[in-house]
Design a binder for this molecule. Structure first.
Ligand code: NAD
Length: 471
């Protein structure tokens, strides 16, 4: 592994951007073959560095199994690259557009042009995929890119920097490392597009900084994603999906179910079945090989603080799953917990949890569940478990969230052809799918004058023909 000291490259950032922009202007937009070549290099490097990346992520977290890193980070990167590679020509194809009657012999079309240099700012929770999938999108759209990974995963960030330097010229793709100050300086650079993944609070600052230069922005933020379980739908299938989405990566997933709305008749069964599912996934409880640690002491303390606050305010905290006495404790692990009946205004119900804690509230009717969802800021994801089509339809019509998962959790993110993003406080814009390609492209509308247009109609001195224009 390379050294993982955080280099403060702030001073070089503006020069790097200038260098990439000059290369972009000199070489022009890359054709499909050049874009595919960049995607292929990224794919090969990701596979070659796969084991090192998994080791670095595990060291940064305290513990994360290499299988989890493979499934939740490496597979999405490879799948996204392959999807972009396969669909590149279709995405790049100019689009014919309608021409107004008086201009009929002219032609109108759109060309999707690379914006230039794209900045990518990434969080720590999926440090590989949330850096490399935006990068793949930027490259497919023909851009150059500067990446700013998180300081909370220093080993992984250093490794990504090494991998990128081995794979791309600095004027194609470059990595800048550092903490919040570097992030702040990075977000002030006059990129041609900036994609930020992280918290809503920092997203707000990034948007202000980007606004100074009018940099187009994609914000992938967080929030509290609800999971609504229909009456009578506490099945093994439901619980397996819920526990998978909640406890993957130790609950540190932006689209993890953040709180559950369970029908009031089903609460006891829900608690029992949730515990049973946790035991199936993690037979040794928090010491299980596939149970991921909390990223660091500060986040661990934040989570135990949320539990203490909920307990003090009358909620019932239920630790779930096995807890063998002999299991070796790992740094910063936190046992899965349910919190029953948390008051609406406790911190657990106000803040994004980002850990293995699931607050559970009950509801009596689907409209009451909808009202609870709509009383909060618009979430990144919304999950519905049930088979009542009318209720599901009502939920889809009456709530607004970035994405929706029906009878599953997280899997909408794995659909490369679906836009992924939030709305309002959970984000702005989207990537994945053609939407990602277009977010990082400029849709240039072009009109070419034809031979037989009717210019006399439109130009002074206006004659009787002009009357025909307004009918
Ligand atoms: P964060 O906002 O603290 O950090 C994200 C990035 O911003 C990091 O690279 C960091 O160095 C940088 N940064 C920190 N302070 C900054 C500042 N003042 N100015 C500019 N940049 C700054 O987020 P995090 O703690 O790394 O990640 C967790 C958050 O990310 C959660 O809220 C989660 O929901 C969200 N998230 C969203 C998605 C999504 O796709 N929507 C995915 C993963 C995580």
């Amino acid at each position: 592994m390379t050294d993982f000291a955080q280099a403060d490259e702030t001073a070089d950032m503006a020069a790097l951007l200038e260098r990439q922009r000059r290369a972009f202007l000199t070489e022009g937009a890359p054709d499909a073959a050049q874009r595919r070549d960049r995607l292929s290099r990224l794919r090969a490097a990701t596979l070659a560095w796969r084991r090192d990346l998994a080791r670095a992520v595990s060291a940064d977290f305290g513990h994360r199994s290499r299988h989890e890193t493979d499934i939740l980070e490496l597979v999405p990167v490879i799948q996204a690259i392959d999807y972009l590679h396969r669909n590149l020509r279709r995405f790049m194809r100019p689009e014919r557009r309608h021409v107004a009657l008086v201009h009929r012999s002219g032609r109108a079309w759109i060309e999707y042009q690379p914006k230039g240099v794209v900045g990518v700012m990434a969080p720590w929770n999926y440090p590989v995929s949330l850096t490399l999938v935006p990068l793949a999108t930027a490259l497919a759209a023909g851009n150059r890119a500067m990446l700013k990974p998180s300081e909370l995963t220093p080993r992984t960030s250093a490794l990504i920097a090494g991998m990128i330097a081995n794979t791309f010229a600095p004027d194609e793709v470059a990595v800048v490392r550092g903490g919040p100050e570097t992030g702040a300086a990075f977000s002030r650079l006059p990129f041609d597009h900036l994609l930020f993944t992280g918290s809503t609070a920092v997203g707000r600052k990034v948007m202000q900084a980007a606004g100074e230069n009018l940099v187009p922005l994609t914000l992938e933020l967080g929030g509290k994603s609800p999971a609504i379980i229909a009456r009578g739908h506490v099945s093994r299938r439901t619980m397996d999906s819920l526990v998978f989405g909640k406890l993957a990566n130790g609950g540190q997933t932006c689209v993890a179910p953040d709180y559950a709305l369970v029908h009031e008749d089903d609460l006891d069964r829900f608690v029992a079945e949730y515990g049973a599912a946790v035991a199936r996934f993690y037979p040794d409880g928090p010491a299980s090989p596939d149970y991921t640690s909390i990223i660091g002491a500060a986040h661990h303390a934040r989570l135990t603080g949320l539990l203490a606050d909920a307990r003090a305010r009358g909620a019932q905290v239920v630790e779930v799953g096995p807890r063998p006495e002999t299991a070796a404790a790992r740094p910063h692990t936190l046992a899965p917990a349910l919190v029953l009946g948390p008051p609406e205004d406790c911190a657990l119900m106000r803040e994004e949890i980002f850990g293995p804690i699931l607050p559970v509230q009950t509801y009596a009717t689907i409209d009451a569940a909808i009202a609870r969802v709509n009383a909060r800021p618009r979430p990144l994801a919304l999950y519905y478990f049930g088979d009542r089509d009318a209720d599901c339809e009502r939920l889809l019509q009456r709530t607004t969230s970035g994405n929706v998962g029906i009878n599953n959790t997280l899997m909408h993110v794995a659909q490369d052809d679906l836009p992924f993003g939030g709305i309002g406080p959970s984000g702005m814009g989207a990537y994945h799918g053609i939407e990602g390609f277009r977010a990082m492209s400029h849709a240039k509308g072009i009109f070419a004058q034809g031979r037989w247009n009717l210019p006399r109609l439109l130009r002074a001195p206006f004659g009787r023909l002009a009357d025909l224009a307004v009918r």
